[in-house]
Design a protein around this ligand. Structure first.
Ligand code: CTP
Length: 395
């Protein structure tokens, strides 16, 4: 996680959801960030400085006219040491102040003096969020490069239902990661496939495999954080849909995966085929549940279309990354797949990584450069794959 070892100024303003900022502070500390909390006077109506200081492991500051130590000025000191400033919850009031350059308390002054990225997590009544003045302020800040996460939709403390809830803290963490990341995939349109496919035998049975989808989801998140526009085409998985601005397409069979890829392929600049697409499907899919009448049942299988091979044939400027799942002759088979499917990079692995948090992979690129990594979490492997994409595309 890039959050690790970063200095994060957490600004809490006065909304009922301020209590969730305590959990956010805890998660940031758990991710090994240094959290410097700041709160407005109205935030103090909802949570105490003591709770925030305790969970952030640093004293919560409130006063604009405090001296930071050795004659340094608090707001300038905070604004300049921050790698990231998170405003959570962000009220309509603080958004308005930031959009108009008003600095009349420590939070608004830190935002105005910031040179680091600023991430707002709005929280307010749905009518306030829809107010054209608030909308205008948000648009102005977005145009100026400020980051936003949420608000989420749902039940609001004021009794209304609608857009206005503070985003879940996990989504704020993800948005913080994204705001901190180097944007070396900006301008790229990345298509990622993930998970297994299911080939129906009858309405309740299918042929599938043990892929969890974790590798593809990690790739989609990482590409998004690095500035790419991302389309994630996913077979059936138990994973939550990734948060953030990702086009998410759910498919079931190899044929559906193929059709979705054909739709998004022409406009993509990078394709990473992490899905474990079925190679065979039942010739016949029964319309009703097969009853156990016969002593034996033979299911005849036929080949599905190889989606990656198809894309390799149509390749124009796209950068194509494939996986090779091998139980023997790993490098030799992976090299053959790279050649036959017209790939730029192949990620070779064994079935040990299929339904696991970790994987151990070997990269082979089209120049035949080969690198074997130790077993690593899939988030880390995703970053290494994207490092290779950037390296080769800019070479
Ligand atoms: N792939 C695909 N369509 C298929 C099968 C595989 O696009 N019908 C892609 C996978 O997503 C992966 C790559 O091709 O990126 C290699 O998949 P793998 O299962 O390792 O190999 P296969 O090509 O299926 O060959 P084999 O089963 O003989 O090892």
């Amino acid at each position: 996680m890039v959050i690790k070892d970063k200095k994060i100024v957490l600004c809490v303003t006065g909304a009922i959801s301020a209590y969730k900022a305590l959990e956010l502070a805890r998660l940031l500390v758990k991710a090994e960030a240094t959290v410097l909390p700041v709160m407005t006077e109205s935030a103090g109506e909802f949570i105490s400085a003591l709770s925030l200081s305790t969970l952030a492991k640093n004293r919560a500051r409130t006063g604009l006219f405090e001296i930071a130590g050795e004659g340094r000025i608090s707001h300038i000191d905070l604004a300049q040491t921050a790698d990231l400033i998170i405003v959570a919850p962000a009220t309509a009031d603080i958004i308005g102040k930031a959009a108009s350059g008003i600095c009349d308390d420590l939070v608004s002054t830190v935002i105005a003096a910031a040179t680091a990225p600023v991430l707002f997590a709005p929280s307010m009544n749905c009518h306030m969020w829809e107010n054209p003045i608030v909308r205008g302020n948000v648009e102005k800040l977005k145009t100026l490069g400020y980051h936003f996460v949420g608000p989420a939709e749902g039940e609001l403390a004021c009794g209304y239902e609608g857009l206005g809830r503070l985003s879940p803290v996990e989504d704020i963490m993800e948005a913080a990661e994204e705001a901190l990341r180097k944007k070396d995939l900006k301008g790229e349109k990345v298509l990622v496939t993930a998970g297994p496919t299911r080939e129906a035998i009858d309405p309740v049975r299918y042929v599938s495999n043990a892929s969890s989808g974790r590798m593809g989801y990690a790739l989609a998140r990482a590409a998004r954080r690095r500035g790419a526009e991302v389309v994630l085409i996913s077979g059936p998985t138990h994973l939550p849909r990734p948060s953030g601005n990702i086009t998410f397409v759910r498919v079931a069979s190899a044929q559906e995966m193929h059709d979705a890829c054909v739709t998004y392929y022409p406009q993509s600049t990078v394709v990473i085929m992490a899905a474990a697409v079925a190679d065979y499907r039942p010739v016949k899919s029964y319309p009703a549940k097969v009853k156990k009448e016969a002593e034996a049942l033979t299911i005849e299988l036929e080949r599905t279309q190889d989606v990656l091979r198809y894309m390799g044939r149509l390749k124009k400027d796209q950068f194509l990354v494939g996986f090779a799942l091998e139980t023997e002759n790993l490098e030799e088979n992976a090299r053959r797949k790279l050649r036959e499917k017209n790939l730029d990079l192949v990620v070779a692995n064994s079935p040990a990584g299929l339904d696991s948090e970790l994987n151990q992979v070997t990269f082979i690129d089209r120049e035949n450069e080969t690198e074997t990594l130790p077993a690593l979490p899939k988030d880390e492997i995703a970053e290494r794959i994207l490092d290779n994409v950037v390296r080769m595309k800019t070479a």
